[in-house]
Design a protein. Structure first.
Length: 139
């Protein structure tokens, strides 16, 4: 029997996922991490990106806009600012957000918050990348 670890993915609004997994992959601040059962304890910030939960049957994909990752020997908790299932990403909204952020960054009038525009651009790009990876795995 394969060892598993319990995974909870929670956003500010609701619980997105709760279940057992063989492996979890997350976009940690220092780079992507892979977490297996009995992993060393860890707390780190999450960058915007894809969290993948691999179970014995299938692999689930989620987009997180940032947050915290806590790893205990038998439990992984993702506390995300925003989290959505990859299949629920609104591609048109992400493309629109990307365009708006790029337009804001081109504005040289000094009336915009560049850090905010860069964060919005990074989030939109990561949503699109997550959706693209989901499509490639499905084909």
């Amino acid at each position: 029997m394969t060892m598993t670890i319990h995974v909870d993915i929670v956003s500010a609004e609701k619980e997105i996922y709760s279940g057992l997994a063989e492996m979890v992959f997350a976009p940690a601040e220092m780079g992507e991490v892979g977490i297996a059962p009995r992993h060393a304890q860890l707390i780190t910030r999450l960058n915007p990106g894809e969290v993948r939960v691999k179970t014995a049957i299938e692999e689930f994909s989620f987009f997180v806009s940032g947050g915290l990752l806590e790893v205990q020997p038998h439990v992984v908790t993702v506390l995300a600012d925003t989290a959505i299932r990859a299949r629920d990403i609104d591609e048109a909204a992400a493309l629109s957000a990307k365009s708006r952020a790029e337009e804001s960054l081109r504005d040289k009038s000094g009336k915009i918050d560049y850090a905010k525009a860069q964060a919005e651009l990074a989030e939109a790009v990561m949503q699109l990348r997550t959706l693209d990876r989901l499509r490639k795995r499905s084909s």
